[in-house]
Design a protein around this ligand. Structure first.
Ligand SMILES: *Cc1c(COP(=O)(O)O)cnc(C)c1O
Length: 383
């Protein structure tokens, strides 16, 4: 089956007792047993297994083209399970150099004290990855593409084959692209990670995480952590994401169309110094993105010609774009990374990493694009 049909149907069947077409929200902690330890299909306690969660796990596995889907209470809980299942004290992780802030914090403040070190490199250059893999044994290569907030693009097939040759596992955080645009397992990655809080849920109403992978024994380890540590999503949350994925293909098409039009308008604006969008030919990752993604996504960042204060003020002048962190919902959001998501980075380090004072990040929603463009024009005029 093709993507849209899979999005709507995978993992789900009409309820056998009533024919209800939608998967019920199974609000139950336990299941009645026929005889001690004789349970139906492994359902004995909802931390271990819940039918709404099972439907979502199977749906997400199908969308990523993987064998196993395993869901968690958040994207970061999913990441914690992946690192715990793959790394032991003394192991080294290689990660991209503009990691999601929460992922950076977990590596530095949760795993480094336990003896798992993390080294950041520019994964957009395969030669740099090759050199870093040659430097020291690496257990796990942790990738994000496109990245936040500069939308930098890593060639997943190229760096996965380098990692494989050195015996390292590869995990790709596919939150920004979604499986509609990019399927890392098909490109050679071992594990896909999602913050389903973003595009998969798509309506800014739920926090949930997921892992998808093919390898049976690694899947068993991650599922054991899901069960033994217990960072599971509740059935309401699983239902909300399951409802979200039914429209993923339609939403993503519109996110991409709108973002492309907004990027085009910004790249012609006199107050804009640079636009970071992989769909623009001027973007350094454009060729790789065109090869490994079906389209270029809904995230854009741009450099306003101005100070930190100008950047902050700009975000208060929009009416359709709401000033908020997070991304991937149907509604458009605007934020100023230097003072918000990336405020913990010292100014000099931030600038050296390419995050200009006037950097603005947009999560372009699926409203009418003319309204989005008018809204930004008004904000420029108000500066
Ligand atoms: C939001 C996000 C996460 C963390 O997910 P939560 O659901 O907030 O725990 C991880 N990676 C990326 C790229 C994200 O945007």
């Amino acid at each position: 089956m093709r993507f849209g049909t899979t999005a709507i149907h995978a993992g789900q069947r009409p309820d056998p007792t009533t024919g209800a077409i939608m998967t019920p929200i199974f609000c139950t902690s336990t299941y009645v047993q026929e005889y001690p330890a004789v349970v139906k299909d492994g359902y004995d306690y909802s931390r271990g297994k819940n039918p709404t969660r099972t439907a979502l796990q199977d749906n997400l596995a199908a969308l990523e083209g993987g064998k196993h889907g395993i869901c968690f209470a958040s994207g970061l809980a999913a990441m914690h399970a992946v690192v715990s299942a793959t790394c032991a004290p003394g192991d080294r992780v290689l990660a991209g150099d503009d990691l999601y802030g929460g992922s950076y914090r977990m590596f530095k403040r949760v795993f480094e004290p336990l003896g798992v070190t993390m080294v950041q490199v520019d994964t957009t250059d395969p030669a740099v990855v090759r050199g870093a893999l040659d430097d020291a044994p690496t257990r796990l290569l942790w990738l994000e593409t496109p990245t936040n907030p500069l939308l930098r693009v890593t060639d997943l097939a190229a760096v996965s084959s380098l990692a494989k040759a050195k015996g390292a596992l590869v995990c790709c955080d596919n939150t920004f692209a979604t499986p509609y645009l990019q399927r890392p397992l098909e490109l050679g990655c071992d594990i896909v990670l999602h913050s389903a809080t973003k595009y998969l849920g798509g309506h800014s109403d739920v926090v949930l995480g997921a892992v998808v992978l093919d390898d049976d024994s690694l899947a068993e380890k991650i599922a054991f952590i899901q069960f033994a540590v217990g960072g599971v999503p509740g059935p309401h949350d699983a239902f909300l994401v399951l409802r979200g994925t039914k429209t993923l293909h339609v939403r993503m098409q519109r996110h991409c169309e709108n973002a492309s039009a907004v990027a085009d308008m910004l790249s012609h604006h006199p107050r804009v110094k640079a636009v970071h969008y992989p769909g623009l030919k001027s973007h350094p990752g454009h060729a790789v993105a065109a090869r490994q993604m079906a389209d270029f996504g809904g995230m854009i960042s741009f450099e306003l010609d101005g100070s930190v204060e100008d950047g902050m003020r700009f975000t208060t002048h929009t009416k359709v774009f709401s000033l908020a962190e997070s991304l991937g919902g149907v509604e458009s959001l605007i934020e100023h990374p230097p003072s918000m998501t990336h405020a913990s980075i010292p100014a000099e380090t931030r600038r050296a990493a390419g995050l200009a004072d006037g950097l603005i990040r947009l999560s372009v929603g699926i409203e009418d694009v003319e309204d989005l463009i008018d809204d930004l024009e008004h904000a420029f005029a108000a500066l």
